[in-house]
Design a protein around this ligand. Sequence first.
Ligand SMILES: NC(=O)c1ccc[n+]([C@@H]2O[C@H](COP(=O)([O-])OP(=O)(O)OC[C@H]3O[C@@H](n4cnc5c(N)ncnc54)[C@H](OP(=O)(O)O)[C@@H]3O)[C@@H](O)[C@H]2O)c1
Length: 345
Amino acid sequence: MPRGHKMRAIVQDAYGSSSVLRLGDIDRPEIAANEVLVEVVAAGMDRGTWHSMAGKPYLMRIMGFGFRRPKNRVPGLDVSGTVVAVGPEVSRFKPGDEVFGMSRGAFAEYAAVREDKLAHKPANLSFEQAAVVPISAGTAIQGLRDSGHIEPGQKVLIIGASGGVGTYAVQLAKAFGAEVTGVSSTAKVELIRSIGADRVVDYTRDDYLDGSNQYDLILDIGGNNSLSRLRRVLTPKGTLVIVGGEEGGSVTGGFGRQISALLVSMFVSQRLTMLASKERFTDLEALRPFLEDNQVTPVIDRTYSLAEVPNAMRHLEAGLAKGKIAIAIQLRSTGVETPKTKVHT
Ligand SMILES: NC(=O)c1ccc[n+]([C@@H]2O[C@H](COP(=O)([O-])OP(=O)(O)OC[C@H]3O[C@@H](n4cnc5c(N)ncnc54)[C@H](OP(=O)(O)O)[C@@H]3O)[C@@H](O)[C@H]2O)c1
Protein backbone atom coordinates (compact mmCIF):
# COMPACT_ATOMS: atom_id res chain seq x y z
CA MET A 1 0.00 0.00 0.00
CA PRO A 2 1.22 3.55 -0.69
CA ARG A 3 2.80 5.46 2.20
CA GLY A 4 0.94 8.72 2.96
CA HIS A 5 1.35 11.01 -0.03
CA LYS A 6 4.59 9.40 -1.09
CA MET A 7 4.89 6.98 -4.00
CA ARG A 8 7.51 4.83 -5.71
CA ALA A 9 8.54 6.13 -9.10
CA ILE A 10 11.34 5.98 -11.63
CA VAL A 11 13.18 9.29 -11.40
CA GLN A 12 15.52 10.89 -13.92
CA ASP A 13 17.54 14.02 -13.03
CA ALA A 14 19.78 14.11 -16.11
CA TYR A 15 19.75 13.09 -19.76
CA GLY A 16 21.77 10.01 -20.65
CA SER A 17 21.71 6.23 -20.92
CA SER A 18 19.45 3.93 -18.90
CA SER A 19 21.79 4.43 -15.92
CA VAL A 20 20.14 7.84 -15.31
CA LEU A 21 16.93 6.00 -14.34
CA ARG A 22 16.61 5.17 -10.63
CA LEU A 23 13.81 3.97 -8.39
CA GLY A 24 12.89 6.69 -5.87
CA ASP A 25 10.33 7.67 -3.24
CA ILE A 26 8.76 10.98 -4.24
CA ASP A 27 5.59 13.00 -3.64
CA ARG A 28 2.45 11.96 -5.49
CA PRO A 29 1.62 14.39 -8.32
CA GLU A 30 -0.88 17.19 -7.67
CA ILE A 31 -3.71 17.34 -10.19
CA ALA A 32 -4.88 20.46 -12.03
CA ALA A 33 -8.57 21.28 -12.49
CA ASN A 34 -8.71 19.42 -15.83
CA GLU A 35 -6.72 16.40 -14.65
CA VAL A 36 -7.39 12.96 -13.20
CA LEU A 37 -5.22 11.19 -10.61
CA VAL A 38 -4.71 7.59 -11.74
CA GLU A 39 -3.46 4.78 -9.53
CA VAL A 40 -1.22 3.20 -12.15
CA VAL A 41 -1.56 -0.54 -12.69
CA ALA A 42 0.58 -0.75 -15.82
CA ALA A 43 2.60 1.52 -18.07
CA GLY A 44 3.88 1.19 -21.63
CA MET A 45 7.38 1.87 -22.87
CA ASP A 46 8.00 3.32 -26.31
CA ARG A 47 10.68 5.06 -28.38
CA GLY A 48 9.41 8.45 -27.27
CA THR A 49 10.29 7.54 -23.68
CA TRP A 50 13.80 6.62 -24.83
CA HIS A 51 14.11 10.02 -26.57
CA SER A 52 13.03 11.82 -23.36
CA MET A 53 15.59 9.83 -21.37
CA ALA A 54 18.45 10.47 -23.81
CA GLY A 55 17.51 14.08 -24.61
CA LYS A 56 18.01 13.20 -28.27
CA PRO A 57 17.59 14.43 -30.89
CA TYR A 58 18.89 17.67 -29.35
CA LEU A 59 16.19 19.56 -31.25
CA MET A 60 13.66 18.36 -28.68
CA ARG A 61 15.54 20.13 -25.86
CA ILE A 62 14.79 23.52 -27.40
CA MET A 63 11.24 22.43 -28.12
CA GLY A 64 10.37 22.49 -24.41
CA PHE A 65 11.56 19.17 -22.93
CA GLY A 66 14.29 20.89 -20.88
CA PHE A 67 17.61 22.21 -22.16
CA ARG A 68 20.15 20.74 -19.70
CA ARG A 69 17.97 18.20 -17.92
CA PRO A 70 14.43 16.89 -18.38
CA LYS A 71 11.74 19.24 -17.06
CA ASN A 72 9.70 16.17 -16.26
CA ARG A 73 11.56 14.00 -13.71
CA VAL A 74 9.33 10.92 -14.04
CA PRO A 75 9.46 9.22 -17.47
CA GLY A 76 6.76 7.12 -19.12
CA LEU A 77 3.96 8.21 -21.43
CA ASP A 78 1.45 5.35 -21.65
CA VAL A 79 -0.66 4.53 -18.64
CA SER A 80 -3.53 2.32 -17.47
CA GLY A 81 -5.07 2.11 -14.03
CA THR A 82 -7.88 3.22 -11.77
CA VAL A 83 -9.12 6.76 -11.14
CA VAL A 84 -8.64 7.85 -7.52
CA ALA A 85 -9.43 11.59 -7.78
CA VAL A 86 -10.67 14.07 -10.38
CA GLY A 87 -10.18 17.82 -10.76
CA PRO A 88 -13.25 20.12 -10.56
CA GLU A 89 -13.47 20.58 -14.35
CA VAL A 90 -13.43 16.84 -15.10
CA SER A 91 -16.82 15.45 -16.22
CA ARG A 92 -16.11 12.10 -17.98
CA PHE A 93 -14.50 10.21 -15.08
CA LYS A 94 -15.13 9.36 -11.42
CA PRO A 95 -13.12 7.51 -8.78
CA GLY A 96 -13.07 3.77 -9.44
CA ASP A 97 -13.18 4.02 -13.26
CA GLU A 98 -10.67 1.82 -15.11
CA VAL A 99 -8.85 3.98 -17.66
CA PHE A 100 -6.00 4.18 -20.16
CA GLY A 101 -4.30 7.12 -21.82
CA MET A 102 -1.27 9.37 -22.27
CA SER A 103 0.37 10.93 -19.21
CA ARG A 104 3.61 12.58 -18.20
CA GLY A 105 5.12 10.31 -15.54
CA ALA A 106 3.63 6.84 -16.09
CA PHE A 107 6.53 4.97 -14.44
CA ALA A 108 5.10 5.66 -10.98
CA GLU A 109 2.42 4.41 -8.61
CA TYR A 110 0.30 7.50 -9.35
CA ALA A 111 0.10 9.68 -12.44
CA ALA A 112 -1.75 12.90 -13.26
CA VAL A 113 -3.47 12.63 -16.64
CA ARG A 114 -5.35 15.31 -18.55
CA GLU A 115 -9.00 14.40 -19.10
CA ASP A 116 -8.65 14.96 -22.86
CA LYS A 117 -5.91 12.29 -23.02
CA LEU A 118 -7.81 9.60 -21.13
CA ALA A 119 -10.49 7.03 -22.01
CA HIS A 120 -12.27 4.16 -20.29
CA LYS A 121 -10.32 0.90 -20.61
CA PRO A 122 -11.88 -1.64 -23.02
CA ALA A 123 -13.20 -4.40 -20.75
CA ASN A 124 -11.64 -7.17 -22.85
CA LEU A 125 -8.09 -5.84 -22.40
CA SER A 126 -5.87 -6.51 -19.38
CA PHE A 127 -4.26 -3.45 -17.80
CA GLU A 128 -0.94 -4.41 -19.41
CA GLN A 129 -2.55 -4.64 -22.83
CA ALA A 130 -4.35 -1.33 -22.40
CA ALA A 131 -1.14 0.37 -21.22
CA VAL A 132 0.71 -0.39 -24.45
CA VAL A 133 -1.99 1.03 -26.73
CA PRO A 134 -2.17 4.83 -26.47
CA ILE A 135 0.97 6.38 -28.04
CA SER A 136 1.81 3.64 -30.55
CA ALA A 137 -1.69 2.73 -31.72
CA GLY A 138 -2.65 6.43 -31.69
CA THR A 139 0.30 7.14 -33.99
CA ALA A 140 -0.60 4.20 -36.25
CA ILE A 141 -4.21 5.25 -36.71
CA GLN A 142 -3.25 8.88 -37.32
CA GLY A 143 -0.63 7.81 -39.88
CA LEU A 144 -2.96 5.51 -41.82
CA ARG A 145 -6.28 7.34 -41.53
CA ASP A 146 -5.50 11.06 -41.14
CA SER A 147 -2.21 11.43 -43.04
CA GLY A 148 -2.46 8.37 -45.30
CA HIS A 149 -6.19 8.56 -46.17
CA ILE A 150 -6.16 4.76 -46.36
CA GLU A 151 -8.86 3.07 -48.47
CA PRO A 152 -10.01 -0.55 -48.79
CA GLY A 153 -8.19 -2.52 -51.47
CA GLN A 154 -5.08 -0.34 -51.42
CA LYS A 155 -1.62 -1.87 -51.40
CA VAL A 156 0.10 -0.65 -48.24
CA LEU A 157 3.79 -0.99 -47.33
CA ILE A 158 4.68 -0.71 -43.65
CA ILE A 159 8.42 -0.23 -43.02
CA GLY A 160 9.11 -0.93 -39.34
CA ALA A 161 6.19 -3.34 -39.05
CA SER A 162 7.61 -5.24 -36.06
CA GLY A 163 7.86 -2.34 -33.63
CA GLY A 164 5.48 -0.50 -31.33
CA VAL A 165 3.80 1.61 -34.01
CA GLY A 166 4.23 -0.99 -36.77
CA THR A 167 2.44 -3.91 -35.09
CA TYR A 168 -0.64 -1.71 -34.70
CA ALA A 169 -0.27 -0.30 -38.22
CA VAL A 170 -0.26 -3.80 -39.77
CA GLN A 171 -3.41 -4.84 -37.90
CA LEU A 172 -5.22 -1.55 -38.50
CA ALA A 173 -4.37 -1.47 -42.21
CA LYS A 174 -5.80 -4.99 -42.54
CA ALA A 175 -8.91 -3.91 -40.60
CA PHE A 176 -9.28 -0.95 -43.02
CA GLY A 177 -9.36 -3.49 -45.87
CA ALA A 178 -5.88 -2.95 -47.31
CA GLU A 179 -3.46 -5.50 -48.73
CA VAL A 180 -0.49 -5.22 -46.38
CA THR A 181 3.23 -5.81 -46.86
CA GLY A 182 5.31 -5.53 -43.69
CA VAL A 183 9.08 -5.02 -43.50
CA SER A 184 11.20 -6.28 -40.60
CA SER A 185 14.42 -8.02 -39.61
CA THR A 186 14.70 -11.83 -39.77
CA ALA A 187 13.81 -12.57 -36.13
CA LYS A 188 10.48 -10.76 -36.39
CA VAL A 189 9.18 -12.02 -39.76
CA GLU A 190 6.96 -14.68 -38.17
CA LEU A 191 5.45 -12.16 -35.78
CA ILE A 192 4.35 -9.91 -38.64
CA ARG A 193 2.83 -12.86 -40.47
CA SER A 194 1.00 -13.90 -37.28
CA ILE A 195 -0.68 -10.50 -36.94
CA GLY A 196 -2.12 -10.67 -40.43
CA ALA A 197 0.29 -9.18 -42.98
CA ASP A 198 -0.32 -10.57 -46.48
CA ARG A 199 3.38 -10.42 -47.30
CA VAL A 200 6.53 -9.92 -45.22
CA VAL A 201 9.92 -8.74 -46.46
CA ASP A 202 13.06 -9.37 -44.42
CA TYR A 203 15.07 -6.19 -44.98
CA THR A 204 18.34 -7.92 -44.10
CA ARG A 205 17.91 -10.25 -47.10
CA ASP A 206 15.76 -8.52 -49.70
CA ASP A 207 15.56 -5.01 -51.10
CA TYR A 208 11.91 -4.03 -50.68
CA LEU A 209 12.53 -0.81 -52.64
CA ASP A 210 13.90 -2.46 -55.80
CA GLY A 211 10.79 -1.45 -57.76
CA SER A 212 9.34 -4.94 -58.25
CA ASN A 213 6.22 -3.98 -56.24
CA GLN A 214 4.25 -0.72 -56.21
CA TYR A 215 2.26 0.63 -53.27
CA ASP A 216 -0.61 3.12 -52.92
CA LEU A 217 0.47 4.01 -49.39
CA ILE A 218 3.80 3.71 -47.56
CA LEU A 219 4.01 4.16 -43.79
CA ASP A 220 7.72 4.79 -43.16
CA ILE A 221 8.46 4.02 -39.50
CA GLY A 222 12.10 2.87 -39.75
CA GLY A 223 15.11 2.54 -42.01
CA ASN A 224 15.76 6.16 -43.04
CA ASN A 225 15.50 5.46 -46.77
CA SER A 226 16.00 8.32 -49.20
CA LEU A 227 12.93 9.96 -50.68
CA SER A 228 13.96 8.95 -54.18
CA ARG A 229 14.12 5.25 -53.23
CA LEU A 230 10.78 5.40 -51.46
CA ARG A 231 9.16 7.23 -54.39
CA ARG A 232 10.34 4.51 -56.76
CA VAL A 233 7.85 2.02 -55.24
CA LEU A 234 4.99 4.51 -54.84
CA THR A 235 2.22 4.58 -57.47
CA PRO A 236 1.96 7.87 -59.41
CA LYS A 237 -0.85 9.10 -57.12
CA GLY A 238 0.42 7.26 -54.04
CA THR A 239 1.04 8.65 -50.55
CA LEU A 240 4.17 8.44 -48.40
CA VAL A 241 3.79 9.16 -44.69
CA ILE A 242 7.09 9.56 -42.81
CA VAL A 243 6.49 8.64 -39.18
CA GLY A 244 10.01 8.17 -37.81
CA GLY A 245 13.22 6.21 -37.71
CA GLU A 246 16.26 6.15 -35.46
CA GLU A 247 18.97 6.71 -38.04
CA GLY A 248 18.55 10.45 -38.62
CA GLY A 249 21.35 11.67 -36.31
CA SER A 250 21.53 13.21 -32.83
CA VAL A 251 20.77 16.80 -33.79
CA THR A 252 17.51 16.76 -35.73
CA GLY A 253 16.68 13.03 -35.74
CA GLY A 254 15.96 13.02 -39.47
CA PHE A 255 13.66 16.03 -39.41
CA GLY A 256 15.39 17.29 -42.58
CA ARG A 257 14.09 14.29 -44.55
CA GLN A 258 10.56 15.07 -43.39
CA ILE A 259 10.83 18.73 -44.44
CA SER A 260 12.28 17.64 -47.81
CA ALA A 261 9.26 15.37 -48.30
CA LEU A 262 6.88 18.30 -47.82
CA LEU A 263 8.86 20.44 -50.27
CA VAL A 264 9.22 17.77 -52.98
CA SER A 265 5.52 16.95 -52.64
CA MET A 266 4.63 20.37 -54.04
CA PHE A 267 6.22 19.47 -57.39
CA VAL A 268 5.26 15.81 -57.96
CA SER A 269 2.03 13.84 -58.48
CA GLN A 270 2.67 11.68 -55.40
CA ARG A 271 1.72 12.98 -51.95
CA LEU A 272 4.73 13.00 -49.60
CA THR A 273 3.97 13.95 -46.04
CA MET A 274 5.06 13.53 -42.42
CA LEU A 275 3.31 12.82 -39.16
CA ALA A 276 3.60 14.74 -35.90
CA SER A 277 1.21 12.67 -33.82
CA LYS A 278 -1.20 14.24 -31.34
CA GLU A 279 -2.12 12.85 -27.93
CA ARG A 280 -5.94 12.82 -27.67
CA PHE A 281 -8.65 10.57 -26.29
CA THR A 282 -10.64 10.70 -29.52
CA ASP A 283 -8.11 8.35 -31.12
CA LEU A 284 -8.48 5.94 -28.20
CA GLU A 285 -12.24 5.99 -28.82
CA ALA A 286 -11.64 5.40 -32.55
CA LEU A 287 -9.45 2.42 -31.66
CA ARG A 288 -12.00 0.97 -29.22
CA PRO A 289 -14.12 -1.00 -31.76
CA PHE A 290 -11.00 -2.58 -33.30
CA LEU A 291 -9.72 -3.57 -29.85
CA GLU A 292 -13.08 -4.85 -28.63
CA ASP A 293 -13.61 -6.92 -31.80
CA ASN A 294 -10.07 -8.34 -31.49
CA GLN A 295 -9.23 -6.97 -34.94
CA VAL A 296 -6.34 -5.27 -33.20
CA THR A 297 -4.55 -7.06 -30.33
CA PRO A 298 -1.64 -5.42 -28.52
CA VAL A 299 1.58 -7.36 -29.05
CA ILE A 300 3.54 -7.47 -25.79
CA ASP A 301 7.11 -8.69 -25.99
CA ARG A 302 7.74 -8.73 -22.22
CA THR A 303 6.41 -7.27 -19.00
CA TYR A 304 8.88 -5.80 -16.49
CA SER A 305 8.37 -4.54 -12.92
CA LEU A 306 8.82 -0.87 -11.99
CA ALA A 307 12.28 -1.56 -10.53
CA GLU A 308 13.26 -3.25 -13.80
CA VAL A 309 12.57 -0.19 -15.99
CA PRO A 310 16.31 0.37 -16.73
CA ASN A 311 16.54 -3.25 -17.99
CA ALA A 312 13.39 -2.76 -20.06
CA MET A 313 14.94 0.35 -21.59
CA ARG A 314 18.10 -1.57 -22.51
CA HIS A 315 15.95 -4.24 -24.18
CA LEU A 316 14.16 -1.56 -26.23
CA GLU A 317 17.43 0.21 -27.06
CA ALA A 318 18.97 -3.04 -28.33
CA GLY A 319 16.11 -3.35 -30.84
CA LEU A 320 15.12 -6.72 -29.37
CA ALA A 321 11.49 -5.96 -28.51
CA LYS A 322 8.84 -7.51 -30.73
CA GLY A 323 5.93 -5.09 -30.53
CA LYS A 324 5.68 -3.36 -27.15
CA ILE A 325 7.15 -3.55 -23.65
CA ALA A 326 4.81 -3.29 -20.64
CA ILE A 327 5.68 -2.23 -17.09
CA ALA A 328 3.54 -3.78 -14.32
CA ILE A 329 3.35 -1.26 -11.47
CA GLN A 330 0.64 -2.24 -8.97
CA LEU A 331 -0.52 -5.74 -8.21
CA ARG A 332 -3.52 -5.00 -6.05
CA SER A 333 -5.65 -7.25 -3.88
CA THR A 334 -8.49 -6.79 -6.39
CA GLY A 335 -6.09 -8.45 -8.83
CA VAL A 336 -4.96 -7.54 -12.28
CA GLU A 337 -6.85 -9.54 -14.87
CA THR A 338 -4.95 -12.50 -16.27
CA PRO A 339 -3.16 -11.05 -19.31
CA LYS A 340 -4.58 -12.34 -22.59
CA THR A 341 -1.60 -11.02 -24.43
CA LYS A 342 0.16 -12.76 -27.24
CA VAL A 343 3.66 -13.31 -25.86
CA HIS A 344 6.30 -13.40 -28.58
CA THR A 345 9.66 -14.75 -27.56
N1 LIG B 1 5.91 11.09 -35.93
C1 LIG B 1 5.43 10.81 -34.73
O1 LIG B 1 4.61 11.53 -34.21
C2 LIG B 1 5.93 9.57 -34.03
C3 LIG B 1 5.16 8.96 -33.04
C4 LIG B 1 5.64 7.77 -32.46
C5 LIG B 1 6.88 7.26 -32.85
N2 LIG B 1 7.61 7.93 -33.77
C6 LIG B 1 8.92 7.42 -34.21
O2 LIG B 1 8.68 6.26 -35.01
C7 LIG B 1 9.79 5.38 -34.90
C8 LIG B 1 9.28 4.00 -34.52
O3 LIG B 1 8.69 4.05 -33.24
P1 LIG B 1 8.33 2.65 -32.51
O4 LIG B 1 7.82 3.02 -31.17
O5 LIG B 1 7.54 1.81 -33.42
O6 LIG B 1 9.82 2.07 -32.37
P2 LIG B 1 10.29 0.56 -32.19
O7 LIG B 1 9.26 -0.20 -31.44
O8 LIG B 1 11.66 0.61 -31.67
O9 LIG B 1 10.30 -0.04 -33.69
C9 LIG B 1 11.29 0.35 -34.62
C10 LIG B 1 10.98 -0.34 -35.94
O10 LIG B 1 11.93 0.11 -36.94
C11 LIG B 1 12.42 -1.04 -37.62
N3 LIG B 1 13.74 -0.83 -38.19
C12 LIG B 1 14.91 -0.60 -37.53
N4 LIG B 1 15.93 -0.49 -38.41
C13 LIG B 1 15.40 -0.68 -39.64
C14 LIG B 1 15.94 -0.68 -40.96
N5 LIG B 1 17.24 -0.47 -41.18
N6 LIG B 1 15.10 -0.90 -42.00
C15 LIG B 1 13.78 -1.11 -41.80
N7 LIG B 1 13.20 -1.11 -40.57
C16 LIG B 1 14.00 -0.89 -39.51
C17 LIG B 1 12.43 -2.12 -36.57
O11 LIG B 1 12.46 -3.39 -37.21
P3 LIG B 1 13.37 -4.59 -36.64
O12 LIG B 1 13.29 -4.50 -35.14
O13 LIG B 1 12.73 -5.81 -37.19
O14 LIG B 1 14.76 -4.34 -37.11
C18 LIG B 1 11.10 -1.85 -35.85
O15 LIG B 1 10.03 -2.44 -36.54
C19 LIG B 1 10.72 6.00 -33.86
O16 LIG B 1 11.74 6.69 -34.54
C20 LIG B 1 9.83 6.95 -33.10
O17 LIG B 1 10.54 8.01 -32.52
C21 LIG B 1 7.17 9.06 -34.38
